[in-house]
Design a protein around this ligand. Structure first.
Ligand code: NDP
Length: 337
């Protein structure tokens, strides 16, 4: 059973490939007598920014730290090989929490059965899974979006951002995204239908870049990065703007988060800023699927994935997220199906 293991806790700094290693462990491909666990074969694994905090020794967080010396875990798409749990049976395809290994024995299931198997299975860790739900909740539930509004999204070409941008376009908003390379900016404008995009790494002043893209200001900001981008956005919000705080990837490798200086704008502009965790909204999953699957089938929403082949390449794929190496949703294909 090939597995991806965390070598040691990483308190601050960028994670490196060598912080993880791939090894082979033993696993019985049969459930122990009387077990109510679920034995799965992992097909696709998801590289998620929230896996970075789990590489630290966490206290009082909503997620657990990984354990050095043991396989790391996250979201995946898997096939059930054997089940002592009456809700799942051999042959079921599922998505949810699993180990970064070829086979996992899942004892505390957080799994959804995949019903629509005519969609690419890897989508269930992307647009049809947790990132898709994050985009849906963070945009529709938190931002009260309306046609014609000005919408800005950071890390816009990533797993979540590319979906938010397309939701906003479908609603008739003016949509701008920021991303970290020319290729990503081209992708946003030419494939994902954004009205405008800019490479934040090449902008000497983010405030100036935002004023250029939004001469009339921003109604909705979908926050994926935090730090100086949030500060610059605050200066460019319109009255009664909404900010959905989804993530702050620019802060995850720092020992201490950076200070935000322009929060007074929340008062001046009567802005509503709200954080959320997708975990609290899975009751909306069936409604979300009903909305999104037809739109994917009609080609009204597309999804860009970046697929690394094999567990051997999983450490590179995961740490690449924090350098922006992924173009679209970063997936690891363990076994393609
Ligand atoms: P992405 O697919 O967008 O991958 C991460 C991207 O972040 C990179 O490709 C890179 O893109 C960008 N990035 C990396 N480091 C920095 C940095 N220092 N400053 C600015 N940008 C950086 O990830 P996801 O779409 O999966 O996640 C997006 C955000 O949503 C994350 O912050 C994540 O933690 C959050 N999230 C929150 C959830 C919730 O429940 N609240 C659930 C899921 C995700 P680029 O090249 O453009 O810089």
């Amino acid at each position: 059973n090939k597995q991806v293991i965390l070598r040691n806790y990483i308190s601050a700094g960028f994670p490196k490939e060598t912080d993880l290693y791939v090894t082979t462990g033993d696993i019985e491909l049969k459930l122990p007598e009387g077990s109510n666990g679920i034995l799965v074969k992992n097909l696709y694994l998801s590289c998620d920014p929230s896996m970075r905090p789990r590489m630290k020794k966490l206290e009082g967080s909503y997620v657990n730290s990984f354990t050095p010396g043991l396989p790391i875990s996250g979201y995946g798409v898997s096939e059930v090989l054997d089940s002592g749990n009456p809700e799942f049976k051999k042959g079921d395809l599922v998505w949810g929490r699993t180990g970064w290994e070829e086979y996992s024995l899942i004892t505390a299931p957080h799994l959804f059965k995949i019903q629509n198997i005519d969609m690419p299975l890897s989508y269930y860790i992307g647009i049809l899974g947790m990132p898709g739900m994050t985009a849906y909740v963070g945009f529709y539930e938190l931002c009260s979006p309306k046609q014609g509004e000005f919408v800005f999204i950071s890390a816009a070409s990533g797993a979540v951002g590319q979906i938010v941008g397309q939701f906003a376009k479908l609603l008739g908003c003016y949509v701008v995204g920021s991303a970290g390379s020319k290729d990503k900016v081209d992708l946003l404008k030419n494939k994902l239908g954004f009205d405008e995009a800019f490479n934040y790494k090449e902008e000497p002043d983010l405030n100036v870049a935002l004023k250029r893209c939004f001469p009339e200001g921003i109604d909705i900001y979908f926050e994926n990065v935090g730090g100086e981008m949030l500060d610059a956005v605050l200066l460019n919000m319109r009255i009664h703007g909404r900010i959905s705080i989804c993530g702050m990837i620019s802060q995850y490798n720092l020992e201490k988060p950076e200070g935000i200086h322009n929060l007074i704008q929340l008062i001046v502009k009567r802005i509503r800023m709200e954080g959320f965790l997708v975990l609290d909204y899975y009751h909306l999953y069936p409604k979300f699927l009903e909305m999104i699957i037809p739109r994917i089938k009609e080609g009204k929403i597309v999804y860009v994935e970046d697929i690394a082949e094999g567990l051997e390449n999983a450490p590179t794929a995961l740490v690449g997220l924090f350098k922006g190496h992924n173009v679209g949703k970063q997936v690891v294909a363990v076994t393609r199906k």
